[in-house]
Design a protein. Structure first.
Lengths: 287, 253
């Protein structure tokens, strides 16, 4: 199965370059985005369900708004690339640490944030001539969409993600203890506050990499969450990863043909509907 | 092994606590509701800074580093894990996390210890089940097994018998006896079940208003003591196998 998904991902990437005419950096950026989104689900897998991805927590909306505001003041894309991870970490710390939102409240707050972004985006499309459909399309499809830079940049990001994946697998017992709560984590001689902050920072970094690499097309909730629990076999891990990569490449190819302005909202709605359908009893237990 | 000198619980106790607990002993802390049993254990477990001097194996409790803490103290307060998604086996293996290096896998002896705990606590049939899918009795046993598996020098347990059936109580009793058999591990548990406490422990501490009102051998537990400290009438019989007290209450009285 993993081989089939890998083959499909490779085929989609080749088609994106040869048929859609995108530079080779584009599928590499989407691969990085898909990998980062997989890791986001991987570290969430030790925690309680539901586990909304970066789209449905509102992180993507928040980072998009942040990128728009930064772009108003700074013309340099390098500054946007540097500040977006900071914003992502601050978002995680604010929602998870300061507000201490549970999973359910996070999902509900995500609806609100995405709604706010949708309204603001529509308003800016009408009111600001600098913010046109091309800009919105670039926002939705990330660096892959603008095909920024050479293949060197995504090739530098992917080994970092591989290292984080290895770290996440090695630290699976500690992540599981963290999800069990303070008494269990501290009972093992670990600092609970530091562990939580480290996890939230990791979520922020991975959200920002996903957002920068693949925009709003990194979410893969339709695949389902990464296998739950502390102990996940390597084969199953890699199988899930290849699914993420396959979906991300297919999304890139389809957005290259149809445009990310059409694909991104459709993907968002589809993943959101599936997520809330699967978790409706937890999110709205009395519904 | 465990020494308390001048320890005052935040309950306005008149006299401070000064107690010694020998290595290899099992001590039950009993007393009426609100007497300070849980607070006593929480103070030793360093859940809050208690006034006085508490030493474990000669080391001041306040000087134990975060990394050393689980080697000395394992505290069972009955709280379930916030997330019960992993299997029972995975959960029990986590009890040994403090014994391995960060980012390193578990050693074979840790795996063997987890397997042994599964057998000892009669959890073999639930080995691969998600923790949250266990029956309540087995779930409770799993939580106790987790704290025992930590293999700390001092095992503190707050009402381990609560929610357990007869079969599970026997398992826990035998496990605690095995745990202290080598003379290196010490168990202190609080219990509202006087029969369980008398059958399991080598020593009974009766708490009252944050202080120790009586320090007894289990065989000394009788109806007068129960009437004096628990303000209730009971019949205390003797177990025909080991001669230890068994407490019976009069229904409807």
């Amino acid at each position: 199965m993993a081989f089939a998904f890998t083959l499909a991902a490779g085929t989609a990437a080749v088609c994106t370059v040869l048929i859609a005419g995108r530079p080779p950096a584009a599928p590499l950026w989407y691969a990085a985005g898909g990998y980062a989104c997989f890791l986001l689900g991987r570290i969430d897998a030790a925690g309680p369900p539901p586990a909304p991805d970066y789209l449905h927590t509102g992180s993507a909306a928040f980072l998009s708004l942040g990128a728009i505001i930064i772009a108003r003041f700074f013309a340099s894309p390098v500054i946007i690339l540097c500040l977006v991870p900071v914003l992502a970490v601050l978002f995680e710390l604010y929602t998870q640490r300061f507000l201490s939102l549970g999973r359910r409240d996070t999902a509900l707050a995500g609806i609100a944030l995405n709604g706010i972004f949708a309204v603001l985006a529509l308003f800016m499309l009408r009111a600001d001539p600098r913010f046109d459909t091309a800009a919105l399309s670039a926002l939705f499809s990330g660096l892959a969409g603008v095909s920024a830079g050479t293949i060197g940049a995504p090739l530098a990001v992917i080994p970092v993600l591989v290292a984080l994946h290895v770290l996440a697998r090695r630290a699976a017992p500690e992540l599981a203890l963290l999800s069990h709560g303070r008494s269990y984590f501290e009972g093992a001689g670990l600092d609970y506050e530091r562990g939580r902050v480290a996890l939230q920072c990791a979520r922020g970094i991975l959200s920002s990499i996903t957002m920068l690499s693949a925009g709003w097309l990194g979410g893969s909730v339709l695949i389902g969450p990464a296998p739950r629990g502390a102990k996940v076999g390597l084969a199953r891990d890699l199988s899930t990863l290849t699914q993420y990569l396959c979906f991300s490449q297919l999304l890139l190819f389809s957005s290259s043909l149809v445009g990310s302005l059409a694909i991104a909202p459709l993907w968002f709605i589809a993943t959101g509907a599936y997520f809330y359908y699967k978790n409706r009893w937890r999110i709205l237990p009395h519904a | 092994m465990l020494e308390l000198r001048g320890v005052r619980l935040p309950m306005g106790a008149e006299t401070p606590l000064s107690l010694d607990f020998e290595a290899g002993s099992v001590t039950a802390v009993i007393g009426p509701c609100g007497s300070g049993k849980s607070l006593f254990l929480a103070a030793i477990a360093r859940r809050f800074p208690a006034r006085g001097d508490i030493r474990i194996s000669g080391r001041p409790l306040s000087r134990l580093s975060r990394k050393e803490y689980p080697l000395y103290i394992s505290y069972f307060d009955g709280s379930p894990p916030a997330e019960a998604g992993g299997t029972l086996y995975d959960f029990l293996l986590l009890a040994r996390a403090h014994m391995k290096r960060f980012l390193y896998p578990y050693g074979e002896h840790h795996v063997q210890a987890a397997e042994s705990a599964i057998e000892s606590f009669d959890l073999a049939e639930y080995r691969t089940r998600p923790l949250g899918a266990l029956p309540s009795d087995a779930f409770r046993r799993a939580l106790i097994a987790f704290s025992v598996l930590r293999d700390s020098e001092l095992l503190l347990m707050d009402d381990p018998a609560a929610g357990l059936g007869i079969h599970s109580m026997g398992i826990v009793q035998r496990s605690l006896a095995r745990h202290t058999m080598g003379g290196e591990r010490t168990v202190v548990f609080a219990s509202n079940d006087l029969s369980f406490a008398a059958q399991t422990a080598d020593r009974l501490l009766v708490m009252e208003n944050g202080g120790v009102a009586a320090d007894l051998a289990p065989e000394s537990l009788d109806a007068d003591i129960i009437r004096r400290y628990f303000k209730t009438e009971a019949l205390v019989s003797r177990n025909i196998y080991n001669g230890r007290p068994e407490v019976h209450f009069f229904p409807g009285v």
